[in-house]
Design a binder for this molecule. Structure first.
Ligand code: BTN
Length: 266
């Protein structure tokens, strides 16, 4: 059986991954999907890879992508909604990935706002969304997901911050099955978001998973750093932070970074 056939065995999607491409190795699945998008590929096209030679993280960082151990996949969306709604899509993807992790390994996964997934304070999954807009309309959105699955060794720079499903659960995870599960939850969550165009429907679940909920966070605002207590997200995906003076600030993702007071997550 090919890898795509194996992934399909676990999929029950209606449109997501109808076009599904698997490569043993590629530079970056986001780059591949962007190329396909420029050639007119369909909404829901997925590229997955066994390894990436130029895996991309957020804020220009790279994403460690060794062969044969993790999940690297990217999805092409062609939404009808306006560009301002796209950042919320990344949070929708994070919510879907939390569900996929819970199904795959029943682990106590949490979300670090807006879209990192952590377990016991260490990062397990990252999401990179890239968008192309022409004349105020979205041409495409590419959502790339990296899930640290069976990886057991990390480069020194990230070993304190990163972990994998295998390291935490103590067992090898079937990557094809995990990919199928991820795509199933992603389609469901996308459909719901497309219908609602806000996050009120996932707000309570998302807040229950939020690693910083009720805790002190440092907000790395370019206009000046401050701290406050995180009070969850609102229906637009903004993080509510209660400052010491009692004032409530609503932070939009993309504008600032949020850190725990003690480190990356908490
Ligand atoms: C982050 O910095 O947290 C985002 C990491 C996103 C990594 C994934 S792996 C699949 C896709 N292809 C890439 O080059 N990046 C994303």
């Amino acid at each position: 059986m090919t890898v795509t056939e194996e992934i399909r065995r676990w999929m029950n999607t209606e449109w997501l991954g109808k076009e599904l491409i698997y490569k043993e190795s590629t530079d970056s699945t986001n780059t591949r999907v962007k190329e396909l998008a420029a050639e007119g590929a369909l909404h829901g096209t997925v590229v997955a890879a066994g390894a990436q030679t130029d895996g991309k993280g957020r804020r220009g960082r790279s994403w460690v992508s060794p062969p044969g151990v993790n999940v690297y996949l990217s999805v092409l969306f062609r939404p009808e909604f306006p560009p301002a709604r796209a950042p919320m899509l990344t949070m929708v993807a994070a919510y879907a990935m939390a569900q996929a992790i819970q199904e795959a390994a029943e682990l106590p996964v949490q979300i670090k706002w807006p879209n990192d997934l952590v377990i016991y304070g260490k990062k397990i999954c990252g999401i990179l969304t890239e968008m192309s807009v022409t004349e105020g309309r979205i041409q495409y959105v590419v959502t790339g997901i990296g899930m640290n699955t069976n990886m057991t060794e990390f480069p020194q720079e990230i070993e304190d911050m990163a972990t994998s499903l295998r390291l935490i659960s103590g067992r090898e995870i079937d990557r094809a099955r995990l990919m199928g599960t991820m795509l199933n939850y992603l389609e469901k969550a996308y459909d719901r978001y497309e219908q609602e165009q806000n996050l009120e429907w996932l707000q309570d679940t998302y807040n229950a998973l939020l690693v910083n909920y009720g805790k002190e966070v440092r907000v790395l605002d370019p206009g000046g750093e401050y701290s406050g207590a995180a009070e969850g997200i609102d229906g637009e995906g903004r993080l509510l932070v209660r400052k010491k003076d009692g004032g409530l600030i609503r932070i939009s993702s993309g504008e600032v970074s949020v850190r725990g007071v003690y480190g990356y997550a908490e």
